[in-house]
Design a binder for this molecule. Structure first.
Ligand code: FES
Length: 104
């Protein structure tokens, strides 16, 4: 049986909790960012580009590239690689710059 890094260091993390991505439940380990939680669930893209609507997700993972922008609890433009996931967070795919429905 494979051992996890948490097993190897004897960590005793708090219990997992749940967020949703486009209505789908996603299990989060305490301390994970939104991007880490989505990756852990096999979700690799949560934004589309303004030009062409191409899929994007995390690229740098350290807050430098802005590829990971997501809509978190109704607020667009959040860098998912920097936002700690909180129980009950509602993450939705961000279309373009996140204000398309406003016609901005
Ligand atoms: S993945 Fe580059 S800013 Fe988040």
């Amino acid at each position: 049986m494979a051992r996890t890094p948490a097993d190897l260091v004897g960590a005793q993390p708090d219990p997992p909790f749940e967020i949703t991505f486009d209505g789908r439940p996603v299990v989060v380990l305490p301390g994970q960012t939104v991007a880490a939680a989505l990756w852990g669930a096999g979700i690799l893209a949560w934004r589309t580009t303004r030009g062409g609507g191409r899929p994007r997700g995390a690229f740098c993972g350290i807050g430098q590239c802005f590829d990971c922008l997501a809509t978190v609890n109704g607020v667009p433009g959040r860098r998912a690689c920097l936002v700690p996931a909180q129980p009950g967070d509602v993450i939705t795919t961000q279309e373009g710059h996140g204000h398309d429905r406003l016609g901005a």
